[in-house]
Design a protein around this ligand. Structure first.
Ligand code: SF4
Length: 416
C-alpha cells in the first residue's frame, strides 16, 4: 500500500518549521483529501516532554519536533490508530536523519500505533504513491506563498503606525491563502488562479496598512539553520527583538533551500556521468516548472519587493560562497549562509545574524569563516547566535550587534 493510502482515516500533523509554512503544507495535503493540521505551537511543555526521551546529543529542532508529537499524544482525544505525523527524512551526517528512528522508537516503546509519514527524497518520493506529483507541486505553491507573506510582514511591521496591525493582516492573509491552497478537485492552473487572487487581496491589505518610513531602520539579514531561523520559539523571538531595537529584518526564503537541493541533484548526476540521462531531463523539467510557478505567484509583488530582490539563480549564491565555503568541499546551509551574507551586503544590509541551534555543525563552520568574510566586506558586522531552548541573555549581545550595524551603515553605505 502506498504511504498516501495509509493516511486514510488518520489526522496528519505537520511540524511547524514555520508558523505559516506548516499551515500551508497542511492545506496542500487537504487539497488531496487528507485531514492535515499543523502541530501545536512550541513552548516550555514541548521541551519538557521531549527531554524525557532524549540523550542530550539531539539538536534543538529534533527535540522540538519530538516534543510537539508528544503534545498530541497527551491530548484527551488522542487515538494513535487515527494519528499520523509528517516527518520527511534524508541521508547524510546532519542529525535530521535521526529524527525518524528516534520518533519511531519513542512511539514503539509507548506501544502506540501512530503512523510516521516519512517520504524519502532518495527515492524521488515515489513511496508516496500516485498523488506524489500533485502533492509536491501544491506544496511548492505553499512554500512560495508563505515566503511572500512572510516577506510582506517583515518589511511592513517595523514601520506600522498602529502596533499589531501588520500581524493582524498577516493572520487574515494566511487564512485566505491557506483556503485557496486547500481547494480540492481542481487543476493546478485553477488552484493557482485562486491562490493568486488571495495573494492579490492580501497584498492590497498589506499596502493599506498606515506606515511611517520617515526614519529608515537598519536592515539586518538573517541566515542560518532553517528550522531555528523560522521558528519563533526556537530563536527566542529574535526577529521581533531586532525590530524592537530599531532594525528591519530580511530573512532567507524557504524556497532557497529547494533550489539548492535541486541544483545539488543536477551536479550529482553530472558527477555520475549522467549528464544526458532521463534523470537529468526530469531534473531540468522540474526546475523549469518550479521556476514558472514561482514567477506566476510573484507576479503581483514586483513593486513591493524592489530593493529586496532574491538572487536570480541559486548559482549566484554559490558563486559568492565559493572563496569561503566552496560547494565541492562543504554542503548544506553553511554554503548558502556564506553566499547569502555577501548578497545581503551587496543589497545594502547593515549586518547579518546567523541563527544556529547550539552544537549544530552549520553555525560552527560558518563562524570560522565569517571573520575573513567580514574583513573582505569592509568590516561588515556578522554574528552567529546559538540557541538551545533556554532563555539566554540575548538582549545585551543583540544591543551591541545593532550598534555595530548602525555604525557600519553610517560609515560604509553612506560613503558608497
Ligand atoms: S542542520 Fe543542525 S540543527 Fe538542523 S537538523 Fe541538522 S543537526 Fe539539527
Amino acid at each position: 500500500m502506498s504511504l498516501f493510502k495509509e493516511l486514510q482515516g488518520r489526522t496528519l500533523y505537520i511540524p511547524q518549521m514555520s508558523y505559516i509554512g506548516a499551515r500551508f503544507v497542511a492545506a496542500a495535503f487537504r487539497s488531496l483529501g487528507v485531514n492535515a493540521q499543523p502541530l501545536p505551537d512550541s513552548d516550555a511543555r514541548t521541551l519538557e516532554l521531549a527531554h524525557k526521551y532524549l540523550s542530550g546529543d539531539e539538536c534543538l529542532p529534533e527535540a522540538i519536533t519530538l516534543g510537539n508529537f508528544l503534545k498530541i499524544a497527551e491530548m484527551p482525544d488522542y487515538d494513535p490508530d487515527k494519528t499520523a505525523f509528517f516527518l520527511p527524512t534524508s541521508n547524510g551526517p546532519c542529525r535530521y536523519g535521526h529524527y525518524l528512528p528516534l520518533a519511531r522508537k519513542v512511539f514503539q516503546n509507548r506501544g502506540d500505533n501512530v503512523l510516521l509519514f516519512s517520504p524519502s527524497s532518495s527515492r524521488g518520493y515515489s513511496d508516496i504513491g500516485s498523488e506524489a506529483n500533485d502533492l509536491l507541486r501544491t506544496s511548492w505553491h505553499a512554500v512560495i506563498s508563505s515566503d511572500i507573506l512572510r516577506k510582506m510582514q517583515l518589511k511592513t511591521r517595523p514601520y506600522e503606525v498602529e502596533k499589531g496591525r501588520t500581524d493582524e493582516v498577516f493572520t487574515r492573509s494566511m487564512d485566505l491563502v491557506g483556503k485557496a491552497i486547500a481547494t480540492q478537485g481542481v487543476t493546478h492552473k485553477k488552484r493557482m488562479d485562486k491562490i493568486n487572487q488571495a495573494l492579490l487581496e492580501s497584498r492590497n491589505e498589506f499596502r493599506a496598512i498606515p506606515v511611517d518610513r520617515s526614519q529608515k531602520r537598519v536592515l539586518i539579514g538573517i541566515v542560518g539553520e532553517i528550522f531555528c531561523r523560522l521558528d519563533d520559539f526556537s530563536n527566542n523571538n529574535l526577529l521581533v527583538k531586532i525590530e524592537e531595537l530599531g532594525g528591519e529584518v530580511w530573512m532567507s526564503d524557504v524556497s532557497e533551500w529547494v533550489w539548492y537541493t535541486n541544483d545539488e541533484e543536477r551536479v550529482r548526476l553530472i558527477r555520475l556521468g549522467k549528464r544526458f540521462s532521463r534523470r537529468m531531463l526530469q531534473c531540468r523539467l522540474r526546475h523549469f516548472i518550479l521556476k514558472r510557478d514561482e514567477h506566476r505567484l510573484l507576479k503581483y509583488f514586483s513593486d513591493d519587493f524592489k530593493g529586496y530582490e532574491e538572487p536570480p539563480h541559486v548559482l549566484d549564491l554559490l558563486q559568492r560562497s565559493q572563496p569561503y565555503l566552496p560547494r565541492d568541499g562543504a554542503h548544506g546551509e553553511m554554503v548558502m549562509s556564506a553566499g547569502r551574507t555577501v548578497w545581503y551586503y551587496e543589497k545594502g544590509a547593515a549586518g547579518v545574524i546567523d541563527i544556529s541551534p547550539f552544537t549544530c555543525m552549520n553555525g560552527i563552520i560558518t563562524e570560522a569563516v565569517y571573520p575573513r568574510l567580514s574583513k573582505d566586506l569592509n568590516g561588515f558586522p556578522i554574528r552567529v547566535l546559538y540557541f538551545d531552548g533556554t532563555q539566554s541573555a540575548l538582549h545585551s549581545d543583540l544591543e551591541i550587534f545593532m550598534e555595530l550595524a548602525r555604525n557600519f551603515r553610517r560609515t560604509e553605505h553612506k560613503a558608497a
